[in-house]
Design a binder for this molecule. Structure first.
Ligand SMILES: [Zn+2]
Length: 529
């Protein structure tokens, strides 16, 4: 690998030397950070001048779903559909290239955008797709809309009971309306033919290529099943991963199967750009589908306080088993009750600081849980974009001005308590663009609305740190990555302007020019040197 010398505004995010003139990359590592003359003297190549541009440590998305991103580019997308009919029409369009009886899959609908904000009915989808079983996942992945063929394939009828952790929405006489919430989706998903390893590889690589083009050098993949982990292992061994992947083992299997998977990876989780040492667990559902577990009922749905997807005693047993095996528990918790349950599970497992337990999303947190978070040493793995995309309806769910509303997306509160903060996006649920994430963390302003609890805003540098150093810490990599310092891995994101000084609006459009992973330029904008 040739030396790479970048000269310009280098924001190291290293408190000891925040700004440098030059950075020299050699053999995958940072060989020099400092004055141009000093680094140039040691360089075996000419300098790439950033001019008005700037470089930061490689940006990391600490929570996303890589295969889901790749697949979403192939599936029917109902993102932005203004009605159930529009979403169904997009699915019908796709069905024209699928033989009758073949599955049509998609995602991205959001009934909050539809007239009356009501959940759709199978009849609409059945009319549009009479000959294909179809399953369309809600934008947050916590509910699915299916048609009559899909209900029949899964054998779901009026007499079918709700599965544990799930709900079959029903109309008159118990008739399934075609919306399956949380674990009830599995009744249908189990009937969709599994992807082949070649298809999984295609989806993973498509997802990673999109991520690197957005300026990301690493992603934490939040919940990966055994088949996709095998694909990752092969791609890593063949050095075909364009970005680093910190893959969390999908912890949804019953405990004995999960423990077998942990044994499979124990001591074997570091392969090239792949790290496997965390386990993704679920406490509850999501706020949009009213599946997040709250202490009090939803303000817009009296009698419903959401769902704990994993019974507390099972969650505690899994956290204990994961930590005992030396793996990092990373638990999805959105509602205030789910957050409290996860903290109880962390506390019950003893001192977990060595395995750095994480709470994924941590969307609603009560003041009393903030101190527990700090005491357990838990990492807050949060996604700024949720605050802006949920913004238009979150007051309706939680009640404007309530304590739990003020505890939503509480980044400033988390930082003030000294809780380690890692940022991500939860793609493909949300846009994976880290520029949008940083700008959202600063602005907290939903489209067309006023800022959402502006006292929880954070600054540019704090947001950059959460997307770099914070994410590195969440992945046990702070000694190797997260800042620009001599000896660390040469992961860099280079922008056409000054990423630290531009306005939030400018940042959203700021061009990424180079993405360097382990000293290799994995992506360069057209026309860049
Ligand atoms: Zn997620």
């Amino acid at each position: 690998m040739k030396d790479l010398l970048l000269v310009g505004r280098i924001h190291t995010l290293d408190p000891a030397r925040p700004l440098a003139e030059a950075v020299l990359v050699r053999g995958g590592r940072i060989a020099c950070v400092g004055a141009e003359a000093e680094c140039a003297r040691r360089a075996g190549a000419g300098a790439v001048r950033l001019r008005a541009g700037s470089a930061v440590p490689g940006l990391v998305d600490a929570h996303g779903h890589v295969q889901g991103l790749g697949r979403s580019r192939r599936e029917v997308s109902c993102v932005g559909a203004a009605s159930p009919d529009e979403c169904a029409a997009r699915a019908a369009e796709r069905a024209r290239s699928v033989p009758p009886g073949g599955w049509v899959c998609g995602r991205g609908w959001d009934q909050n955008r539809w007239p009356g904000a009501a959940f759709p009915d199978e009849a609409t989808l059945t009319r549009a797709l009479p000959d294909h079983p179809a399953i369309l996942t809600r934008v947050d992945g916590h509910a699915a809309w299916v048609n009559a063929r899909a209900l029949a394939a899964a054998g779901i009828v009026a007499a079918t009971p709700d599965p544990p952790g799930g709900k079959i929405l029903r109309g008159a006489g118990g008739r399934p309306t075609g919306v399956l919430v949380d674990a009830a989706q599995d009744l249908v998903l189990a009937k969709v033919p599994a992807a082949t390893p070649a298809a999984i590889e295609d989806e993973i690589l498509a997802g990673l290529r999109e991520l690197v083009s957005l300026g990301l050098t690493e992603v934490h993949d939040a919940g990966v099943g055994p088949a996709a982990l095998d694909v990752y292992r092969r791609l890593a061994a063949e050095d075909r991963l364009p970005v680093r992947v910190y893959a969390m083992i999908d912890g949804e299997a019953p405990l004995p199967a999960l423990e077998a998977e942990l044994r499979r990876w124990k001591g074997r989780g570091e392969i090239g750009r792949l790290t496997v040492r965390a386990v993704k667990l679920f406490a509850d559902g999501a706020l949009g589908s009213r599946g997040a577990a709250l202490f009090e009922d939803y303000a817009d749905d009296p009698g419903n306080a959401g769902l704990l997807l994993t019974p507390p005693e099972v969650l505690r047993a899994k956290v204990r088993a994961v930590a005992a095996a030396g793996f990092q528990p990373a638990v999805h918790a959105i509602g205030d009750r789910a957050v409290a349950e996860v903290l109880t599970a962390f506390e019950a497992a003893g001192d977990l600081r060595a395995v750095r337990p994480r709470i994924e999303h941590l969307q609603i947190v009560r003041p009393r849980e903030v101190a527990r978070l700090a005491a357990t040493g838990a990492i807050a793995s949060m996604q700024p974009v949720h605050a802006t995309s949920d913004g238009p309806w979150v007051a309706a769910r939680l009640g404007a001005g309530t304590e739990r509303y003020r505890g939503a997306y509480a980044w400033r509160t988390v930082l003030r308590a000294g809780v380690p903060l890692a940022f991500g996006s939860d793609f493909p649920v949300e846009d994976a663009d880290p520029r949008a994430g940083i700008a959202d963390a600063e602005e907290r302003t939903p489209r067309g609305g006023p800022p959402f609890t502006p006292e929880e805003r954070i600054g540019r540098e704090e947001a950059l740190v959460a997307f770099t150093r914070g994410a590195a810490f969440a992945g046990f990599a702070e000694g190797r990555r997260g800042t620009i310092r001599e000896g660390l891995d040469a992961d860099l994101t280079v922008f056409a302007g000054d990423v630290a000084a531009c306005t939030a609006a400018e940042l959203r459009a700021l061009r990424v020019t180079h993405v360097v992973v382990g000293g290799r330029v994995e992506w360069a904008a057209a026309g860049s040197p």
